[in-house]
Design a protein around this ligand. Structure first.
Ligand SMILES: *[C@@H]1O[C@H](CO)[C@@H](O)[C@H](O)[C@H]1NC(C)=O
Ligand SMILES: *[C@@H]1O[C@H](CO)[C@@H](O)[C@H](O)[C@H]1NC(C)=O
Ligand SMILES: *[C@@H]1O[C@H](CO)[C@@H](O)[C@H](O)[C@H]1NC(C)=O
Ligand SMILES: *[C@@H]1O[C@H](CO)[C@@H](O)[C@H](O)[C@H]1NC(C)=O
Length: 292
């Protein structure tokens, strides 16, 4: 009931408002800030910049030397929808990095040093529409369910990475996917990959730079373009199947032959034993005749 007790919460809100407003005026050094956008392109930053205004919607850190994104500081930017980190040194483990920026719609991590993508890397980005992870030469593995939670994903770029294999289920169940970059990877076109190639031919997704989506291994299919190689790969995988069939047939044939031989041999022995036995009986009868 004190005169200063009541209006305190209001003034607190007011102070917070002023605080945020003044923070908008303060901008990370070297960056430019305007209209909820913070642009720090090409500032040779080694670290994630401090004092980014909390209401930032668009953060551009392109062409720096940032090697680590702090999850906690990112999560202060709860309204962030656009994050461009292309051409940095991000690597190792990005799991749970984006846990606090669930409104993110656009994420560019191309030209970095990512090594793997797991379910936990992007699973909190339920609004993600564009994801660029191309040009990460050390990116060698993407878990089957890596994008299972990114159901809005429309544009996914995996070009020029270290990927050799991609499971069809990684991308097949993304209902809005329209653009999938796969070019200039060293694809390993074995019979498991046939399923993926078949999916490619049947989907109505746009595969940019299709001339450069080629097999690297096995030797026999090197440099052949991806959807076109389907017939050849199917033939060789079927031939492999046929080979197995022939081996199976030969085995069955041999078993039948062997069983037949054994049966003939056994019946032969039986016949001989029977013959010997009956002739012995006759001899005994003859002996009996001579005795009487
Ligand atoms: C990229 O990541 C690999 C494996 O973690 C590491 O050996 C290499 O030094 C990194 N390269 C750069 C430029 O950071
Ligand atoms: C993945 O999506 C489901 C359903 O939208 C949600 O319940 C779950 O929390 C998400 N997983 C993560 C790790 O965010
Ligand atoms: C095809 O290659 C991938 C990746 O190297 C491997 O996981 C898979 O088992 C291979 N499948 C066959 C049938 O060899
Ligand atoms: C395709 O790959 C070749 C050789 O690596 C390269 O010269 C060419 O620029 C690539 N095409 C496109 C459209 O990137």
């Amino acid at each position: 009931m004190s005169p200063s007790g009541r209006p305190q919460p209001l003034s607190l809100v007011f102070l917070l408002g002023v605080g945020m407003a003044s923070e908008r005026i303060s901008c990370p050094s070297g960056c430019s800030c305007q209209y909820l956008e913070v642009n720090c392109t090409g500032q040779q930053l080694q670290e994630f910049p401090a004092a980014i205004p909390l209401d930032t919607r668009q953060l551009i850190l392109a062409a720096n030397n940032v090697s680590y994104l702090p999850a906690v500081e990112l999560s202060f930017l709860a309204d962030l929808v656009y994050l461009d980190c292309r051409k940095n040194l991000l690597g190792d483990d990005l799991d749970f990095t984006f846990i606090g920026v669930s409104k993110l719609v656009y994420l560019d991590l191309s030209f970095n040093n990512l090594t793997q993508v797991t379910f936990s890397t992007f699973s909190h980005l339920l609004s993600l529409v564009v994801l660029k992870i191309s040009d990460n030469p050390n990116l060698v593995s993407i878990e089957k369910d890596a994008f299972a939670n990114n159901t809005w994903l429309r544009h996914l770029d995996l070009s020029r990475t270290g990927l050799t294999f991609l499971d069809t289920s990684t991308v097949r169940d993304l209902p809005d996917l329209r653009f999938l970059g796969l070019s200039d990877n060293l694809w390993h076109c074995n019979c498991s990959f046939l399923d993926f190639i078949t999916w490619m031919t049947e989907s109505n997704i746009y595969f940019p730079d299709a001339d450069n989506i080629t097999c690297y291994t096995p030797e026999g299919l090197r440099a052949l373009q991806m959807p076109a190689v389907e017939a050849e790969l199917r033939f060789s995988c079927l031939a492999q199947l046929h080979k197995q069939d022939y081996i199976f047939l030969c085995l069955v044939g041999f078993c039948i032959f062997f069983a037949g031989t054994v049966a003939a041999w056994l019946s032969g022995i039986c016949a001989v034993i029977y013959e010997v036995h009956t002739s012995k009986g006759e001899e005994e009868e003859e002996e009996e005749d001579t005795v009487t």
